[in-house]
Design a protein around this ligand. Structure first.
Ligand code: SF4
Length: 94
């Protein structure tokens, strides 16, 4: 296991929270809030997901669709995080 996972805010949460049925669900919003507000390893997490082609779930505070768009636009993890909308406003970008 890589070191950053030991510091993950989601380490002791229900894994199902981070694998919502839909990118736009309230469950996805709850996971994103944890990533954005409580996780010290968000960039490491997103980097891992992008480098490993992780297609499912919320990683680094980005949904599946947001990660696909970040890759399409060749954003770095830091750029993708900076441009990712907060849960309350992201509905318009889905
Ligand atoms: S960014 Fe989110 S999914 Fe990634 S380790 Fe942190 S809490 Fe977990």
């Amino acid at each position: 296991m890589t070191d950053w996972r030991h510091r993950a805010a989601c380490r002791d949460t229900d894994p199902e929270l981070f694998f919502p049925i839909s990118d736009t669900s309230s469950v996805a919003d709850a996971a994103i809030r944890i990533c954005r507000t409580a996780c010290p390893v968000r960039q490491e997490c997103l980097t891992w997901a992008l480098n490993n082609g992780e297609q499912h779930g919320v990683w680094g505070g980005l949904t599946e669709g947001q990660r696909r768009r970040a890759q399409l636009h060749r954003l770095t993890p830091a750029e993708a995080i900076a441009l990712s909308p907060a849960p309350a406003t992201r509905g318009a970008q889905q």
